[in-house]
Write a protein that binds this ligand. Structure first.
Ligand code: PHE
Length: 470
């Protein structure tokens, strides 16, 4: 039987199912791969503290705004924006904000599953290694440093491998999304998220006890204000949105399956807190082993796919811990890719009135085409820089172009417009009846969405896009 929301549509079977699914959407490669990589590339502590500020002062208010629009609309994202606009006597064109979001979600999905495929490859590598070297030993026993280093470039340069892995990851995602909200999407989160947390806590404790925990704290939490440039700030705010799944109509879509009696403010706070804790804990999980192995925690994807495997070479039970680690990353990636696929799928279902499996298949097929370009962009298509004529995208291949385009432009712009929509355009009574806030907290939230979020986002966007003029 499928659970239904008050309007009779398929929906979350309980409040906790919604919370787990939303946390599943939020917690993903963004927290485990992108956050440590961005923190490393953008100066450690300065980035981390600014990131936390962005989450609290911009991310959470927008998260509440998105879930609120979704719950009120009870439909695919653009229709939900339209309903709120119409009931507030505003122009229907506000739905375009969500249409932009749906498009961004689709683009993120298309490259996210390529990364998901890389994670599958590492799961395979560690399984093979475990079989070869046994449970107790360090990882990749027979291989020297250079050979382990070479695994990653060899994989991403291998077009057929990355293309097929991307298709496999897309197919796994499709399998769950096609089964619907309560029958598929919710199930992945309810089963995988608890397992994810057990693995994360276990590996982090191991890493903090055995690794360089003091250096890690210094690295992540020493605030050096001079490192906080316009570009670092934009990177931090982009990371905050990417991590909370905001600005892509994702939380609007998930909010539409929430029943009327759920307090949205409380739930949004739980989701935000969980997501941020996982990002920080991911830092505390990864850096101690990396630093203890005498490696430098440089930013970039090499951290997860090269530096960390080196670190697993140095520790007892390295194969086993490495396997557990990449399985954990795979779980987190899947609960996010499911969310990313649901956004355009829900839109196709509503827009063309076709059945869910057909809609999901259509989205998957299109994502596979874009994904193939992303998968090849680290190999044979590495010279193809689709937006390379713009300074912001100079030298970026297809995958990196989509990543930068979404996290540094369309997500912050979508979030900015959503804040303006809720703060200025939507009917105040409608907003107040949905948000579940009262007293001083309510006034503070209203101030944030009306004034602080739009202005801060505008400044950060301008400062990041035109660094020389800021
Ligand atoms: N928040 C997810 C992550 O951190 C990515 C994501 C973005 C998922 C947007 C859904 C929507 O990995």
């Amino acid at each position: 039987m499928v659970a239904t929301t008050s309007t009779g549509r398929d929906g979350w079977s309980s409040r906790s199912a919604f919370i787990l699914a939303a946390i599943g959407s939020a917690v993903g490669l963004g927290n485990l791969v992108r956050f440590p990589a961005e923190a490393g590339a953008n100066g450690g502590g300065a980035f981390v503290l600014f990131y936390i500020l962005c989450i609290v002062l911009i991310g959470l208010p927008v998260l509440l705004s998105e879930t609120l629009i979704g719950r009120h609309g009870q439909a695919a994202a653009p229709e939900s924006y339209r309903k709120v606009a119409e009931e507030s006597g505003a122009s229907k064109s506000w739905e375009l904000v969500a249409t932009l979001g749906v498009l961004s979600a689709f683009l993120v999905l298309s490259f996210y599953c390529v990364l998901g495929g890389w994670v599958l490859y590492y799961i395979y590598l560690f399984i093979a290694d475990l079989i070869a070297t046994g449970v107790t030993g360090p990882a990749f026993d027979g291989l020297n440093f250079e050979a382990v280093d070479a695994l990653f470039p060899a994989m991403i340069a291998n077009g057929p491998v990355t293309v097929v892995l991307n298709l496999i990851f897309l197919a796994i995602t499709l399998f769950f999304v096609a089964r619907g909200v309560s029958g598929g999407i919710e199930k992945v989160a309810v089963y995988l998220m608890p397992l994810f947390f057990v693995l994360l806590v276990g590996i982090t404790i191991y890493s903090l006890i055995g690794g360089s925990s003091q250096e890690t704290f210094d690295y992540l939490f020493t605030f050096e204000p001079e490192k906080l440039t316009g570009e670092v700030m934009l990177a931090a705010v982009g990371q905050a949105f990417f991590s909370l799944s905001l600005g892509v109509a994702g939380m609007v879509t998930y909010g539409a399956y929430v029943s009327r009696d759920v307090n949205l403010a409380g739930t949004s706070a739980i989701i935000g807190a969980a997501d941020t804790s996982v990002a920080l804990v991911a830092g505390l999980c990864i850096f101690p082993i990396v630093i203890a192995a005498g490696l430098t925690p440089n930013g970039g994807l090499g951290l997860m796919f090269q530096t960390l495997p080196h670190a697993f070479q140095e520790i007892p039970f390295g194969s086993l811990i490495g396997l557990a680690f990449f399985i954990m990353v795979g779980f987190a990636a899947l609960t996010s890719s499911v969310a990313l696929m649901e956004v355009p799928s829900a839109w196709v279902i509503d827009q063309f009135r076709i059945r869910r499996p057909a809609a999901v298949l259509l989205v998957t097929a299109l994502a596979a085409v874009f994904g193939t370009l992303s998968a090849l962009s680290t190999g044979m298509l590495s010279g193809f820089h689709p937006l390379g004529f713009l300074p912001m995208f100079e030298g970026l291949g297809f995958l990196d172009t989509l990543d930068t385009l979404t996290s540094k432009l369309t997500m912050p712009i979508g979030a900015l417009l959503t804040a303006v929509f809720i703060g200025w355009i939507a009917d105040k009574r409608l907003v107040d009846s949905e948000n579940g806030l009262s007293g001083g907290l309510h006034l503070f939230w209203r101030f944030l969405v009306r004034w602080f979020c739009p202005l801060a986002l505008l400044l950060i966007l301008l400062g990041g896009i035109f660094p020389d003029r800021a």
